[in-house]
Design a protein around this ligand. Structure first.
Ligand SMILES: Cc1cc2nc3c(=O)[nH]c(=O)nc-3n(C[C@H](O)[C@H](O)[C@H](O)COP(=O)(O)OP(=O)(O)OC[C@H]3O[C@@H](n4cnc5c(N)ncnc54)[C@H](O)[C@@H]3O)c2cc1C
Length: 285
């Protein structure tokens, strides 16, 4: 059970600026879509409150948006399920092996780790922030960099939030997940009291009842971001058969990555549709 619930999702706005930013984001997303549509609507406070009968909104909430396509999934269970599916389909994992060299000769890749070396006709580089370094070995430039996000977890309580509300979600076990921050601090993985306070403060302004819950855990992790925050999917021209795949939102995009993207890599399908994710879009003078 991956604890997937396609409940729809909210973004809750505090203050006019927040609200206007959300309206602008929705308009920009509509403009960027092929069909000119984006199924996401702004709601007034009373409409939001009707959707959240068991948890009261704070006084500073001035509206929000609802998108029926959003939802929640337990990322740990999802990753376990993907591993299992991979192995059931004949995939083999070699844990703890760090690739440090890739060579290409006579249409064959040789991939070296400390203990092994592997040969293959195709190679997919999907190593998070290390994608940039490994991709250079097959003639690719994949510009990704880190962005720190801090996360807070509360103690468990009864289920009162029926759908994710932007940076506040209630897990299936009843704990609330609050976060994450967006910080440009390089590869620093510290948590900081100042940022944790800001996140907790905002969460309590949205749902005042959260002030009664104790925090039990916090951590920081690094997002893998391209300059325009969108995915990069590319096949090498210099070493055909080598692909680089990287995106933020690897959880939200998991179904695309495990279907559409696989069909592109294995059978060459959907090339025209994936062209917009080529990193040449960053080569502007
Ligand atoms: C605070 C925060 C909040 C987030 N929220 C969301 C969200 O709400 N929804 C969502 O969809 N996504 C979210 N994400 C992003 C999601 O977690 C990422 O998309 C995902 O972790 C990136 O996946 P990845 O597999 O590309 O990279 P990673 O998870 O970094 O995995 C890369 C893998 O490559 C391996 N590796 C690295 N170097 C080598 C090497 N030389 N040889 C072999 N293996 C190597 C690493 O060990 C690792 O296993 C969030 C991330 C953060 C930090």
């Amino acid at each position: 059970n991956i604890e997937y619930d396609k409940s729809g999702g909210l973004e809750i706005c505090l203050g006019e600026e927040d609200y206007n930013n959300r309206v602008n984001f929705i308009n920009e997303t509509r403009k960027a879509s092929r069909t000119g549509t984006y199924d996401c609507d702004m709601l007034q406070v009373n409409e939001l409150q009707k959707m959240l009968p068991k948890i009261k909104l704070g006084k500073e909430v001035c509206g929000g948006s609802y998108c029926p396509h959003d939802g929640y999934v337990n990322p740990l269970n999802l990753v376990k399920a993907l591993h299992k599916g991979f192995q059931l389909n004949g995939g083999i994992f070699k844990y703890g092996q760090f690739v440090d060299k890739i060579e290409f000769s006579s249409q064959i890749f040789s991939i070296y780790t400390e203990d092994f070396y592997f040969n293959s006709e195709k190679l997919v580089i999907a190593s998070g922030l290390i994608t940039k370094k490994l991709s250079e070995m097959v003639g690719l430039n994949v510009p990704v960099g880190p962005e720190r996000g801090q996360i807070l977890i509360t103690e468990r309580t009864k289920r009162i939030l029926p759908l994710p509300a932007g940076r506040i979600r209630q897990n299936f076990d009843g704990s609330f997940l609050i976060g994450g921050s967006n910080e440009d601090v390089g590869y620093n993985l510290d948590t900081t009291v100042e940022v944790m306070q800001q996140m907790a403060d905002r969460a309590i302004k949205i749902f005042p009842i959260l002030k009664d819950l104790r925090l039990i855990r916090s951590w920081a992790a690094l997002r893998v971001l391209s300059p325009d925050l969108h995915p990069v999917y590319i096949e090498s021209e210099k070493c055909p058969g080598a692909f680089a795949v990287t995106s933020h939102s690897g959880v939200s995009l998991a179904s695309l990555h495990s279907s559409y993207l696989g069909e592109w890599i294995l059978q060459g399908h959907h090339k025209d549709k994936l062209e917009v994710f080529h990193p040449s879009r960053f080569d502007v003078p």
